[in-house]
Design a protein around this ligand. Structure first.
Ligand SMILES: [Zn+2]
Length: 281
């Protein structure tokens, strides 16, 4: 069981807050809580998003995530792309490349919408070149945002189509399946062999809001959007399980996804697809 999308540090993006108070605790305490959650959900590998807090010492915003991961062997860190950098800032991109060369990051993340930069921005393209060189996926936030400061046009799944075409050697992931534009996301997956989607954060809340017939009745439209997207694109090998913890309890979200996707996709979505995407040995 692989969780392709969770947070162990606040993302530090405008208007998104800390996601949950637990992420403000000291790293060892966060580590203990994350381990319990992983164990309870049977997750053996998890990919944790870094923070948009880019410094010379930490050019991908992963130092705090790596500190937590030092206590949680199941965790891998995902570096954060900073589109505010000048694409010609050689110092910065050299430092980014140095971190990527160490193997300490498993992917790169772009906060579309939260940051007002399009996927085709020249600075993002520098990161795609590095992602291709180091054979790492690029994950984009797509779809609805938690921040009133975000601009949705940057977060639409169609914006991923353009760079998927321009950078065929890069594997792109649309987080949250572009929800609520899940059918648009499905078309982008259907058409491009290098585009994937994670099923994290489709719904958020406590266990009783995610599992059981009453919760499902309440969530019927969200469930329908995911199921339609999966049926439309007919590519079960491109969907990934992810939780977006701490926005949901991991075990409850696992149960939610188990219930709403076809059972013949479980092996792929919960493990095999992520192994291929992240080149898990
Ligand atoms: Zn997230």
């Amino acid at each position: 069981m692989i969780d392709a999308h969770l947070h162990v540090v606040p993302p530090q993006i405008p208007g998104a807050g800390s996601l949950a108070p637990v992420l403000r605790l000291p790293p060892e305490r966060v580590a203990g809580i994350v381990r319990e959650e992983l164990l309870s959900a049977g997750i053996s590998r998890a990919f944790a998003m870094g923070e948009w807090c880019i410094t010379g010492d930490d050019p991908l915003g992963v130092n705090r995530t790596l500190e937590i991961a030092s206590h949680v062997p199941e965790l891998s860190a995902v570096g954060v792309m900073d589109p505010t950098k000048d694409p010609a800032d050689r110092d910065h991109f050299d430092r980014v490349a140095t971190v990527m060369a160490t193997g300490r990051v498993a992917a790169l993340k772009g906060y579309l919408g939260y940051l007002h930069f399009e996927t085709t921005h020249p600075t993002y393209r520098r990161y795609y070149e590095l992602a291709e060189r180091f054979d790492l996926p690029v994950i984009f936030h797509t779809g609805d945002t938690f921040s009133p400061y975000a601009k949705l046009k940057y977060a639409h799944p169609l914006t991923v189509d353009e760079v998927a075409v321009d950078h065929p050697g890069v594997r792109f992931v649309m987080a949250h399946l572009g929800n609520p534009w899940t059918l648009d996301a499905a078309e982008v997956i259907y058409k491009n062999v290098n585009v994937w989607a994670d099923l994290s954060g489709i719904v958020i809340g406590e266990e009783h809001e995610l599992t059981g017939p009453a919760a499902h009745a309440e969530l019927v439209d969200s469930i329908d959007r995911v199921q339609k997207a999966i049926r439309y694109c007919g590519r079960p090998n491109r969907f990934l399980f992810g939780t977006d913890w701490p926005l949901v309890p991991m075990a409850a979200y696992r149960e939610f996804i188990t219930d709403i996707i076809p059972s013949d996709m479980h092996e792929l979505v919960f493990r095999e697809n992520a192994e291929r995407l992240f080149r898990v040995k």
